[in-house]
Design a protein around this ligand. Structure first.
Ligand code: TMO
Length: 317
């Protein structure tokens, strides 16, 4: 019941004089859903706004790298969270092939990298420098990793090249991919009571920063070409010998056919801009408050009317 009531939040906010997207095609606008909470909630936030404006919206669960090819071909209409660290390479490759374009930045600064909860530093005071990692490897060792440390990386489709990085920088770690984002939080949670040192993949904006104060490991700074030219970065013979961008972008991407086919929805897409706190809040509604993503989106819309109503075309509300 609660969901039903919340679902109408956007409708109530728009009032009774709602202008619809009369110019837009009635074909479904396809919004992709991936495997981390802010992206799922944000996609439903935008989907619910478009539905209230009369659009036909379809959600599809897709791989977070392959989606750029799908947007380029028009099978998927947009991507709402293009994170520079994880998806910059796939986004650039699709841009070069053509069919997809940059639909603007969110007003957010992002970082995705090796991370630890602050208690870890008590045991390994040389952190956050990556150069402390080898001396501390034994602190992160598990039955599975022997005398090497364990770094729990994100799910494989986020493609962080963790194994390549460990090799390129000569650090004594086993890099294991988590099966899901939830496995990352479980790994941190399990270490918390005994303050066991742990190294996991994490990112910002995210709910985690409000729960576990922590820091990113400072690897050699990202330089363009670190993932394509071995000469870039401290190891002259290897790719991936630097960290992900420490002040990365968060973009929206759209299929080139979208502006003609759904001009009003496209106008909304280009105006959409979420901030770090807004994105962290979207993740929190699911990862801490345990709401269903659709319900979390409806709640977010209800609490942030002043934010999103300004993105609607003139005369809509
Ligand atoms: C793709 N992610 C934001 C989870 O790093």
């Amino acid at each position: 019941m609660k969901t039903k009531i919340l679902m109408s939040a956007a409708a109530l906010a728009l009032g009774t004089t709602t202008a619809s997207f009369a110019e837009d095609s009635s074909d479904p606008i396809v919004i992709p859903i991936h495997n981390w909470s802010s992206q799922i909630v944000m996609s439903h936030v935008v989907g619910q706004i478009l539905e209230e404006m009369g659009s036909n919206v379809e959600f599809v669960t897709t791989d977070s790298q392959a989606v750029y090819e799908s947007v380029r071909l028009g099978d998927v209409t947009m991507e709402l969270e293009v994170w520079e660290g994880a998806f910059g390479a796939s986004f650039r490759a699709a841009l070069e092939k053509g069919g997809l374009h940059d639909a603007g930045d969110h007003n957010a600064v992002t970082r995705e990298d090796w991370w630890y909860p602050m208690w870890t530093k008590d045991a390994c005071p040389g952190l956050p420098s990556w150069e402390a990692l080898n001396d501390c490897a034994h602190l992160f060792a598990t039955a599975e990793t022997g005398d090497k440390g364990l770094f729990l990386d994100g799910p494989v489709d986020w493609l962080k090249h963790g194994k390549e990085r460990a090799e390129a920088l000569g650090i004594n770690y086993v890099v294991k991919n988590a099966g899901s984002a939830a496995a990352l939080w479980a790994h941190i949670g399990a270490a918390e009571a005994d303050r066991t040192p742990v190294l996991v993949f994490n990112w910002t904006p995210n709910f985690a920063e409000a729960v576990w104060p922590g820091e990113f490991v400072e690897f050699p700074a990202w330089e363009d070409g670190c993932d394509s030219d071995p000469a870039v970065g401290p190891n002259p013979d290897a790719l991936y010998d630097c960290g992900n961008p420490a002040s990365g972008y968060l973009k929206k991407a759209a299929w080139d056919g979208m502006p003609d086919k759904w001009p009003d929805a496209y106008e909304v897409l280009t105006k959409i801009s979420f901030t770090n706190p807004q994105i962290a809040e979207m993740a929190k509604l699911v990862d801490i408050d345990w709401m269903e993503p659709e319900e979390a989106a409806a709640e977010w819309l209800e609490n942030n009317e002043a934010v999103w109503k300004g993105w609607l075309p003139e005369g809509s509300s």
